[in-house]
Design a binder for this molecule. Structure first.
Ligand SMILES: [Zn+2]
Length: 297
């Protein structure tokens, strides 16, 4: 459920206008993400510039299994961690380093998310298929406004919580009701998987996961890697303006705060603070990119 995809072919061609567009579109949310982790204003802007330079260098091998937003946030996260790590080495770090969760620290040693999670036995294609299946399931559940079901599965598969815990947290009668929701969801996932992957291998993996006998796929890792349940920015804009019905708002807040989604937090805060003037930052960003684009053409 991601928004408009920029024209990757144009970006790969070094089209200044399209790069300008994506910088205008994404600078705010990336800066929010960086600002939560880095206090120094100049350093924030440097990291933002580095992020786009990294995006520019890597665009020829852009993997369409990810959205462009995920691509940018992946680079931005690594640049942020690099910066914090350098500060720590120089003895300037401290409190900021503590704000980076363990998984994020792990990622800095690797070039792409798929390499980080390359230990799974399904390979990159299998994970990307599973990512599609999870997203499809989330999309239909979202559309059906089955918020409770979505929360249960997000807590179980993404949060790796136990049935009993989920029952307590969501005020569900007992854990067998949670187990029932999980069973039906995995069954539906296996149907979606069969449609997505003709070989049947992915479906078998999900069925085995259902039986609790298989540890081949790490659902939580794939869920996170493909941002399976991140609502479109459109919904964050609605929430920021107070235009969401209570049940939807409740789910969005659950995803953002309870599931602690850094990308959605950055999007929401960006939209909330939209009055802030990012113009000069974006202008400097665009100027620095144009220099690189012209040098390399
Ligand atoms: Zn999210």
């Amino acid at each position: 459920m991601s928004g408009r995809q920029p024209d990757i072919a144009l970006l790969a061609d070094g089209d200044e206008l399209e790069w300008g567009n994506v910088q205008f579109e994404f600078a705010g949310r990336l800066l929010r993400y960086i600002s939560k982790r880095v206090q120094d204003h100049q350093a924030r802007e440097d990291i933002l510039q580095d992020t786009f330079l990294g995006a520019l260098r890597g665009i020829h091998s852009f993997n369409t299994a990810y959205s462009f937003e995920q691509y940018l946030f992946g680079i931005c996260r690594n640049r942020t961690i690099d910066f914090l790590r350098r500060r720590t080495v120089r003895g300037l770090g401290g409190e900021e380093e503590d704000s980076i969760p363990a998984l994020e620290r792990l990622a800095v040693d690797e070039a792409t998310p798929s390499q980080v999670f390359g230990v799974q036995d399904m390979g990159a294609r299998g994970r990307s298929l599973l990512g599609d299946v999870l997203k499809a399931w989330v999309a239909e559940t979202f559309e059906a406004r089955e918020w409770q079901r979505l929360k249960v599965i997000e807590l179980l598969l993404s949060g790796e919580e136990r049935n009993l815990h989920v029952a307590k947290e969501l005020d569900i009668q007992d854990e067998s009701a949670v187990a029932g929701i999980k069973f039906r969801a995995l069954k539906r996932l296996s149907v979606l998987a069969a449609a997505e992957d003709q070989s049947g291998k992915l479906r078998d993996e999900i069925v085995q996961t259902m039986a609790g006998s298989h540890v081949g796929i790490d659902m939580a890792v794939v869920w996170e890697e493909f941002k399976a349940s991140c609502p479109d920015r459109y919904w964050w804009a609605r929430l920021a303006k107070g235009l969401c019905p209570a049940d939807l708002a409740d789910y969005l807040e659950f995803h953002r705060d309870r599931m602690d989604c850094a990308v959605c937090q950055a999007n929401f805060e960006d939209l909330k603070g939209a009055t802030e003037n990012l113009g000069p930052v974006v202008a400097r960003l665009q100027a620095s990119t144009i220099v690189v684009l012209r040098e390399s053409s």
